[in-house]
Design a protein. Structure first.
Length: 359
């Protein structure tokens, strides 16, 4: 039985465990100069849901493992996610993240305040600093992961190598496809392509969280262990549902809850399932209006709001919600292979949270 409230309580309990590692002064003691340290710490200090580390810990507990032994790996996963956000915000020209300036925007502010740079020079400084901050976060991630107290060093090395080769390549492949799709005509983009891109960008890291948590909990290097495989598949399906819900919230959410502008995917021209569904259902006049706004950085707020209203009226949001529910049903089927416990109930609650959340 899924209990979203119980999952949120479990998430709330574990966030401080993760933050104790992420916000420890010694984590950043090697990071200099101060501007770089400021950017490396910025997203971490603003909090966040800490979903990925919590999922790793819950999967560890679901197979009878000691969560505390897996805690460095869980915190490392949050750092991995954070460096991808830092770079993703540059690619997407996003000025906000978690209710504050994005990394490159903060870097530009520091350039103006402390160095006296303005205009393109300040912007270039900000982008350069954000790229470097993401690189440092990535390095800190690997270092933290290798601090796992699991008694099997070979397992820790295997998982770290998997993260740094397979997950990294999947994620970057997904981001590359996302960029490429934005330059293709909407009618030439297939829905299956966007779903695969979602798996690569988001599902792969959640999949790793499930697999790594289970392997650490069982102290096994066997990726095909039935419980490892079940939790891997469960998390992969939830990860895709998470991204589908993210795209929905990008249309019907609020900036206050999302911490970034609503409609930014539209302006960026992202070929999201919501947009593809709307375009497929639109008449010629509606398609013309959509194409006038999608991918147009000069679009006004009024045009974006009108485009969002059209997308909703066409039933695209409900269609994508149905896709997300299908993924969660797949996830529950996978989770059923793991013996029932409070951990599996929490994980089931997480699955429902993926499609119920509004931020």
């Amino acid at each position: 039985m899924a209990d979203t409230h119980a999952f949120l309580e479990a998430l709330k309990q574990r966030a401080p465990w993760v933050d104790e590692l992420l916000l420890a002064p010694e984590l950043l003691h090697r990071v200099q100069p101060p501007h770089l340290q400021r950017l490396v710490a910025a997203y971490l200090e603003r909090g966040g849901k800490r979903l990925r580390p919590a999922v790793l810990l819950l999967c560890c507990g679901a197979v009878g493992g000691d969560e505390k032994h897996a805690l460095p790996a869980a915190a490392a996963l949050e750092l991995f996610h954070t460096w991808t956000l830092m770079h993703d915000d540059i690619i997407d020209h996003d000025a906000l993240r978690r209710g504050g300036p994005s990394g490159h925007a903060l870097g530009a502010q520091l350039a103006a305040a402390d160095i006296g740079l303005t205009g393109p020079a300040a912007e270039h400084y900000g982008v350069s600093l954000a790229m470097l901050a993401g690189d440092v976060q990535h390095g800190l991630c690997v270092n933290l992961f290798l601090n796992c107290t699991n008694p099997n060093p070979a397992l820790v090395m295997q998982l770290a190598a998997d993260l740094e080769l397979n997950v990294l390549c999947d994620l970057v492949e997904g981001e590359t496809i996302d960029i490429q799709l934005a330059d293709r005509p909407i009618e030439a983009v297939d829905l299956d392509e966007t779903i695969r891109m979602m798996y690569l960008k988001t599902g792969a890291l959640y999949e790793f969280a499930g697999k790594a948590g289970a392997m650490l909990g069982l102290n096994t290097t066997d990726e095909k262990h039935p419980h490892v495989d079940a939790l891997r598949r469960f998390c992969a399906s939830c990860g895709i549902a998470f991204q589908l819900q993210d795209d929905i919230l990008g249309v019907v959410g609020t900036q206050e809850k999302l911490g970034k502008p609503v409609g930014s995917d539209i302006i960026e021209g992202k070929r999201t399932p919501v947009l593809l569904e709307a375009y497929a259902r639109a008449d010629q006049a509606q398609r013309t209006e959509l194409l006038r706004v999608v991918g147009n950085p000069e679009a006004t707020d009024q045009q974006v709001r009108r485009t969002i209203a059209t997308i909703v009226e066409l039933g695209a949001v409900q269609a994508v919600q149905a896709m997300a529910r299908e993924r969660i049903e797949e996830a529950h089927t996978a989770l059923a292979a793991v013996p029932s416990s409070r951990y599996t109930r929490w994980l089931a609650g997480w699955a429902h949270y993926m499609i119920e959340r509004d931020f």
